[in-house]
Design a protein. Sequence first.
Length: 90
Amino acid sequence: MKADIFFFISSVATVVLVVLFSILMFYLIKAGKNLHMLLESLKNSFNESEEFIEDLKERLENNIIFRLFFPPARKHKKHKTSTKEGDSKK
């Protein structure tokens, strides 16, 4: 008799726990989808802002007034040092 009561109570508890776990998983999956959509939206916004900043940088660098105050950097060529045949180490 006691064993039947124990198995009945444990069966009901198992069913309740499975239902609660299923509800929890439903909300976790729903939250995961929302988080994924939010991250995709942020990624697209960052890509758009990166393009905007690159365009702004190009327009600013091509501006005459900007070039007056900040002339373009000159790239220095590396000078090759001439080695004499007598100076080479063997």
